[in-house]
Design a protein around this ligand. Structure first.
Ligand SMILES: Cc1cc2nc3c(=O)[nH]c(=O)nc-3n(C[C@H](O)[C@H](O)[C@H](O)COP(=O)(O)OP(=O)(O)OC[C@H]3O[C@@H](n4cnc5c(N)ncnc54)[C@H](O)[C@@H]3O)c2cc1C
Length: 507
């Protein structure tokens, strides 16, 4: 009897799950296992929001498994201890999981698991679940691999038979799903509005994808910049992709299908709008793996800038400024509204995320490493590779991108001129007119704090430092190395044209 474990991590799904399918193909019995690892949950970038997403995703997966005669064994504690106990009673010989590009803690945990597997003669197979390539030698090698994985191969169907070992039936049925409160003091997280957090599960992922591709997505192009519209116009697939309740391949291929359907229709304003939106969405999807690949190829970027020239950059890291920024009390209405919204709902659109980071790094002189844990915790879609890449980009220290410092006043004028979003999240400002709020640098707005810095002056001080490094010889030579290793692939005009109607142009 060949027995194996399907170790569930960021892949809470049955549809298009290569680790599960390969495990089932090679074994007679397969035990699906999820472990709430206490040491992992204690890491500074893990939050109650994330654990809640896991419990939702697991609950849904459990139901889906039960419909196919299976179960998920849900455990708590240290992974190797859990495995040792299972092995004593049920001698499995293999573990299947997906390849994870996680943080330093998960990397270390994986090294220890590999050691445990060697000691116990257990084979551990890690299977890719997206276009991120392990041990990539040069970035050109990635293109054919991505094409094969995401475009040319079809999503794997939900298995008919989960080959669940009856030995575990009674145990699984008596296990109760842990609550978030078992791992966190929820009184210390009263700012989270639990009812407004996006629901994360395989069932919900498909609902969100379909509502986006058939209704909401029409307003994607032009709708994702303002926090007043992005919550609906954006796909909102990020938590699903981050926790693996849907596969990137499925999303890509369903989007192409939708594009083809739209193209076949008579051209109208409506279909033209859809064309623009679906194109823009596809190109965003492409960034997902591009950024995760950076962390996969350069794990040190969790601790230091990917561009060595910026190791010398010094931040002030004033703890009072950090606290004011985290809590949304800087006296800059757009920044504070975004931070309070994030702390409560776990979501913010790209432009506003970029703005709060550039404000923290350029205006408040906070190191991206100092703001990283808080943002990771309040992003329900926390994906280390995207997150760390974006933090460094918005801090202006990658060396290959245009430096953008978002003006907090301009962002009100452009994205929330009536101050609807601001008033929603800063009730202290409800009594003031939009004109008064926009004039916040000059007038006192009741109890709302005065701006804690002179933004123009402080951001110029930091820009001067960043530009000095960028223009230095070391800055230029290190930037060339970053471009060579991590830059996005250039698409020539000719190639772009010839492939304009072809999915391949995305890669
Ligand atoms: C400082 C900062 C940190 C970020 N951290 C994360 C993170 O931890 N996890 C995360 O998924 N996204 C992160 N992003 C990228 C982006 O803001 C979110 O993916 C997006 O806002 C999610 O909303 P959506 O699903 O409606 O996106 P859509 O616009 O509908 O995009 C569809 C999908 O494409 C991917 N995507 C979109 N934009 C980007 C991008 N710029 N880079 C990489 N992938 C992208 C995401 O998977 C997203 O779900 C970060 C951006 C910034 C500026």
């Amino acid at each position: 009897m060949k027995r194996a474990i399907w170790w569930i991590k960021r892949d809470f799904r049955l549809l298009d799950n290569a680790a599960l399918v390969q495990c089932l193909a090679a074994h007679d019995e397969v035990l699906p296992l999820f472990v709430f690892e206490r040491d992992y949950i204690a890491q500074p970038d893990v939050s109650p929001m994330h654990v809640r997403a896991w419990t939702q995703a697991l609950g849904d997966l459990q139901e889906r498994c039960r419909a196919l005669g299976g179960e998920v064994l849900v455990s708590k504690g240290e992974l190797r201890k859990v495995l040792t106990n299972i092995r004593k009673e049920w001698g499995f010989t293999a573990i299947y999981s997906h390849e994870e590009t996680g943080n330093g803690w998960t990397y270390q945990r994986d090294l220890e698991l590999a050691e445990w597997c060697r000691e116990h003669q257990v084979v551990w197979r890690e299977v890719p679940q997206n276009g991120v390539v392990r041990r990539l030698k040069q970035r050109e090698d990635r293109q054919p691999i991505i094409r094969e994985r995401l475009l040319e191969s079809a999503p794997l169907p939900v298995p008919d038979d989960l080959k669940f070992p009856s030995y575990f039936r009674a145990l699984c049925e008596t296990r109760v799903m842990p609550t978030v409160g078992e791992f966190f003091d929820l009184d210390a997280h009263r700012e989270i509005q639990w009812d407004t957090l996006q629901w994360v599960s395989e069932t919900q992922a498909h609902r969100d994808l379909e509502s986006f591709l058939t209704q909401r997505g029409k307003w994607y192009s032009g709708g994702i910049s303002s926090p007043n519209t992005a919550f609906r116009a954006g796909s909102r697939l990020s938590p699903h992709l981050a926790w693996g309740t849907i596969s990137l391949r499925y999303v890509f291929q369903r989007t192409y299908q939708r594009r083809a359907e739209n193209k076949a229709l008579k051209s109208t304003d409506d279909t033209k709008r859809w064309t623009r939106s679906l194109r823009a969405f596809e190109s965003r999807l492409h960034w997902h793996d591009h950024f995760i690949q950076r962390l996969e190829s350069c794990p040190r970027m969790e601790y230091e800038p990917i561009n060595k020239a910026y190791h010398q950059l010094r931040y002030e890291n004033d703890p009072h400024k950090l606290k004011a920024w985290q809590e949304g009390r800087t006296g800059f209405p757009m920044i504070d509204a975004c931070m309070r919204c994030l702390n409560a709902t776990g979501f913010m659109n790209f432009r506003m995320r970029s703005m709060v980071v550039s404000f923290a790094c350029f205006g408040l002189h906070l190191d991206w490493r100092a703001i990283h844990p808080h943002l990771a915790r309040v992003f329900l879609d926390y994906e280390p590779g995207i997150h760390l890449s974006q933090l460094q980009m918005q801090a202006g220290i990658v060396g290959i991108n245009t430096i953008r410092v978002y003006s907090p006043v301009k962002q009100i004028l452009d994205q929330d001129p009536e101050c609807v979003f601001i008033k929603k999240w800063i009730p202290e400002l409800l009594a003031f007119t939009a004109a008064e709020i926009i004039n916040y640098e000059k007038v006192t707005l009741g109890d709302y704090p005065r701006p804690i810095i002179d933004f123009k002056m402080e951001s110029k001080r930091m820009k001067d430092q960043v530009y000095a490094i960028r223009g230095s010889e070391k800055g230029r030579s290190e930037s060339r190395k970053v471009l060579e290793k991590h830059g996005s692939r250039k698409v020539t005009k000719r190639r772009k044209k010839s492939e304009s109607d072809d999915q391949l142009r995305l890669f």
